[in-house]
Design a protein around this ligand. Structure first.
Ligand SMILES: O=C(CO)COP(=O)(O)O
Length: 250
């Protein structure tokens, strides 16, 4: 049985004051949530959020990481630094990083390796653009994104990974994938991993991301291969995020 995971990706939002209020709201409402709950925050707030979520059920994560261990990489942040601040997860290969910051499949694979080497779990994001979906390439694109990481790490690396399927056309657009559309891709992801190692595939958590809102979340999470969500905009409003977390209660 896979434990559901609901992850908030705060993206480049927040302030010391706003974070404190959001976290107070979340911490006050977790008692009727049974899934694992993760917040992935901007780097400068790791210390603030780490102190605040200590001894709570909220888990801390980051949104990006360097593929390098250490060295002359001005402005970059190493995986070991994130681990030191109590991060358990790091989002890797978000479509915004791939599109806006030129991250290739290979860099994404290297980042996953760096996260694993530092003892944390990557949340590997995959997903097709609207043009790719319209061209009938959804499964081919997702399969390629996944296979580069599988080749680089070996399937054993996936024992500690989380995969997030985020169709690019659904991110920040209000267009959620239909549960059946998402389930089809999630099943294909699991099948690709299962072909290499059925045991790893059975335990692999595959999250859905893209305009997840309280309304409709339960139906998404009820799909056989959807093990939780990666939530952007709705993760910035405590009541909305908590409602999504409750929708993942099993
Ligand atoms: O990109 C996302 C999470 O990583 C999804 O963002 P939205 O929930 O705002 O569409």
């Amino acid at each position: 049985m896979r434990k559901k995971l609901v992850a908030g990706n705060w993206k480049m939002h927040g302030s010391i004051q706003a974070n404190a209020a959001l976290l107070d709201g979340l911490l006050a409402g977790l008692s009727d949530v049974s899934s694992e709950v993760l917040v992935c925050v901007p780097y400068p707030y790791l210390a603030q959020v780490s102190a605040k979520v200590q001894h709570s059920r909220l888990v801390l994560g980051a949104q990006n990481v360097s593929e390098h261990e250490a060295g002359a990489y001005t402005g970059e942040v190493a995986a070991a630094m994130l681990a030191e601040f109590g991060c358990a997860y790091v989002i890797v290969g978000h479509s915004e990083r791939r599109e806006l910051f030129g991250e290739t499949d290979r860099i994404v694979a290297m980042k996953c390796a760096a996260v694993l080497a530092a003892g944390m779990s990557p949340v590997l994001c995959v997903g097709e653009s609207l043009a790719e979906r319209d061209a009938g390439q959804t499964k081919a694109v997702v399969s390629r994104q996944l296979s580069v990481v599988l080749d680089y790490l070996g399937v054993a690396g996936f024992a500690k990974m989380v995969v997030a399927y985020e169709p690019v056309w659904a991110i920040g657009t209000g267009l959620t994938a239909m549960p059946s559309q998402a389930q089809e891709v999630h099943a294909a992801i699991r099948a690709q991993v299962a072909a290499l190692d059925p045991g790893v595939a059975e335990y692999l958590r595959i999250l859905y991301g893209g305009s997840v809102k309280p309304q409709g979340a339960a139906e998404l999470f009820a799909q056989a291969d959807i093990d939780g969500g990666l939530v952007g905009g709705a993760a910035l409003v405590a009541e909305d995020f908590l409602a999504i977390c409750r929708a993942a209660n099993s």
